[in-house]
Ligand binder design. Sequence first.
Ligand code: ATP
Length: 244
Amino acid sequence: MIKVTDLHKKIGQVQALNGLSFEAHNGTITGLLGPNGAGKTTCLRTLFGLLKADSGSAEIDSLNVVTQSSQAKQQLGLFPDPFGLYERLTPREYVQFFAELNGMAGKEAKQATDEVLSLLKMQDIADRRCQGFSQGQRMKTALAQAIVHKPTNIVLDEPTRGLDVMSTRLLRDLLLMLKQQGHCVLFSSHVMQEVAALCDQVVVMAAGRVVAQGSPAELCLRTGKTSLEDAFISLIGTDEGIAA
Ligand SMILES: Nc1ncnc2c1ncn2[C@@H]1O[C@H](COP(=O)(O)OP(=O)(O)OP(=O)(O)O)[C@@H](O)[C@H]1O
């Protein structure tokens, strides 16, 4: 479970987070939805421990990301940019390296790597170098890296950016599988279709704070709209920075 409480963060002259509070639960896919500049990435960077909030708190499985940073990180999987993989490694080498970085010893890391390669049905590509991989193969390798240490929580910042339709569909299926397994999945997006298709809960953000939270159906009901896109525009009062 991920919980952020009254987060404030000023970057330069910009109040990027301005009292942000929400929870994302296990067995649920939660979407952080907001226009450009709403503060989504700033929120996720704070969760990763890359940014320190000016005030407020962020917790991963009740572990404070600042004061219990290493334990919190054990329970957090970060989905990296699939286009930024180190091309000379094979997925097996890549994933095992990250398992070890996350504190697993040699044998344990090897076993965890075997398990995740099998879970994501990657045996056919496990021992090929990443160079020349298709988008789907890169995406699976990136996801394997994020979940090899079996974190409860998986966080993705605009995960489908740059992916083609097939890879996007594949990622969607994999995130649904992680949800079925009881993980807490949190991702940021401004792509309505993606959020509507995947999310149980949507946290609508604007100007660094939560404007509304609920299931896509609840948000439509609350605003009297028939689509999430119309509900979103009604909630934030502008259609700037959204993608249909
Ligand atoms: N390093 C930085 N320097 C200056 N301003 C920043 C920096 N990082 C973030 N900001 C500002 O903080 C605000 C929130 O940015 P953030 O990247 O969190 O938004 P976002 O919701 O992820 O937007 P997008 O959908 O465009 O990625 C924006 O006004 C942004 O310009």
